[in-house]
Write a protein that binds this ligand. Structure first.
Ligand code: NAD
Length: 496
């Protein structure tokens, strides 16, 4: 069986003492296995990154950026292969994988601007013959830990920017679908990145804990579920590291009575069921304001969902693929069952769909649940499956209150034709990323991505301008060159 190893100092390394099966979720078969790095292997990667750091730190930003220009071209040339690897292990359909890759490439494009992004701030004559400036220096060896659901895009939120800022990097991808991430990292070598600047260690908690506690790691970026994000943030912080840890979500869309209902339904279909709902920005709750809006939404959604197809990644006619594991399929089905037993209406039931030729695949069909209330387990938890729940309220204020009361605050959206309502919503809602008639308001690469409340632990959001700040530390230099022969007197007063 093919074993997926690690990339350390530009070479593939296999430590196969511990391995884990990697499944094709459409067939339900383990077709590969991944090596789970030991503490010693992770330490080997950290040593390689540490050794590569001084030369890379002193490489001019424009030369670092040139590697990224070549890397972007290689990503585009090899897009089909990357999407195939994503499909085989994650299960997402090729059009969806291509979208994720494109969003990743946009982060590489942003990183190509390193010389501009790393420009400091300069003040001449802050005192007589005194100039002062701030510059942004790299941190050293930094680490990224990423989730299964975007094996190409989320790593590219991190390492391109970290690397062009002059850091060296250790990436710990998801052990459930590591191949596309590893392949992308290998392209960096082809793009001319010196060995040791980018390293990939596959693994589980042992690898992560080594990264969190080793004193040579200066910063940790994490994306994954909230309980793990909280653990990463508290452990990394306790070990003196800078940390940004992005967690889970429960994204609500408010459907106002004046919304263009056909448009809202089209947008909700993609945002709720695309990628099997396994997106941290998936809209998983639609809050209908008024019964008329609720009835229209349920009727139109039910009709529109008849056309949805779930299936294997190679068939581009499929709308979405399987969920990631058999256990996750059971978990999603369990939430649907619990909503039913707690009194909600299962309007469209996607449990255990029959997919010809893929009887053992981890498939869940698109599911619509109406009359959901806030005490239900299915409402409180992040389901992370193709399940859209409808909550009915009487007023927009009530809708906003339940969004604010939820523990997560990643994304949200309002469907309306009323500009005043939309502006009030975006001004006041306690959520980090807001869409107005835009269902998945994922910020573009030159903004930054991050939620509020328990969707993000840390101060700086991912990528974009916040990413540059996260991967650099400010140094401020104040300089005077006294004229020759001029000697200044002693002063004990604070300089002013
Ligand atoms: P996960 O938390 O299970 O795993 C994420 C990473 O943490 C993986 O690399 C995994 O190996 C590691 N990990 C898991 N358990 C660990 C432990 N006990 N100790 C140390 N490390 C551990 O998340 P997942 O299931 O891969 O991804 C789905 C989750 O990620 C969802 O909750 C989703 O909302 C979230 N997510 C959030 C964002 C965001 O930007 N906020 C983006 C994508 C995904």
């Amino acid at each position: 069986m093919n074993t997926i190893g690690h990339l350390i100092n530009g070479e593939m390394v296999n430590d196969t003492a511990r391995t884990q099966a990697v499944f094709n979720p459409a067939t339900g078969k383990a077709e590969k296995q991944v090596a789970l790095a030991s503490k010693a292997t992770v330490e080997q990667a950290i040593s390689a990154a540490q050794a590569a750091y001084p030369a890379w730190r002193n490489t001019p930003p424009i030369k670092r950026a040139r590697v990224m220009f070549r890397f972007k071209e290689l990503l585009e040339q090899n897009a089909d292969h990357i999407c195939k690897l994503i499909g085989q292990e994650h299960g997402k359909i090729s059009h969806d994988a291509a979208g994720e890759l494109q969003r990743g490439i946009e982060n590489v494009e942003f990183a190509c601007g390193a010389p501009e992004l790393l420009k400091g701030e300069h003040s001449k004559n802050v005192g007589p013959n005194i100039d002062s400036w701030s510059e942004f220096q790299p941190l050293g060896v930094v680490a990224g830990i990423t989730p299964f659901n975007f094996p190409a895009m989320v790593p590219m939120w991190m390492f391109p920017l970290a690397i062009v800022c002059g850091n060296t990097f250790i990436l710990k991808p998801s052990e459930r679908d590591p191949s596309s991430t590893l392949y992308i990292a290998q392209l960096l070598k082809e793009a001319g990145l010196p060995d040791g600047v980018m390293n990939v260690v596959n693994g589980d908690k042992e690898a992560v804990d080594t990264l969190l506690t080793d004193q040579r790691i200066k910063a940790v970026s994490f994306v994954g579920s909230t309980p793990i994000a909280e653990y990463i943030y508290t452990t990394a912080s306790a070990n003196g590291k800078r940390c940004q840890a992005l967690g889970g979500a429960k994204n609500h869309a408010i459907v106002m009575p004046d919304a263009d209902m056909d448009n809202a339904v089209n947008q909700l279909l993609g945002a709720a069921f695309g990628s099997s709902g396994e997106r941290c920005m998936a809209l998983s709750v639609a809050v209908a304001v008024g019964d008329e809006a609720g009835d229209a939404l349920v009727a139109k959604m039910t009709e529109a969902m008849k056309g949805l197809t779930v299936g294997e990644y190679t068939n581009a006619n499929n709308d979405f693929g399987p969920v990631i594991t058999a256990a996750h399929k059971e978990k999603v089905n369990g939430f649907i069952t619990s909503a039913q037993s707690q009194g909600a209406d299962i309007v469209v039931d996607g449990r255990n769909p029959k997919i010809e030729g893929f009887a053992d695949g981890f498939f869940v069909g698109a599911t619509l649940i109406d009359k959901v209330s806030t005490e239900m387990d299915s409402y409180q938890a992040e389901i992370f499956g193709p399940v859209l729940q409808i909550v009915r309220v009487k007023t927009m204020q009530e809708a906003m209150q339940l969004i604010d009361d939820h523990e997560y605050g990643n994304g949200t959206c309002i469907f309306t034709r009323d500009g005043e309502a939309a502006r009030y919503f975006s001004d006041n809602i306690q959520v980090g990323m807001v869409g107005i008639n835009v269902p998945l308001p994922v910020p573009v690469a030159y903004h930054s991505f991050g939620g509020w409340k328990r969707s993000l632990f840390g101060d700086l959001h991912a990528y974009g301008p916040d990413g540059v700040r996260f991967y650099t530390k400010r140094k401020t230099i104040t300089q005077r060159w006294p004229s020759s022969g001029v000697r200044e007197g002693v002063s004990f007063a604070f300089p002013s």
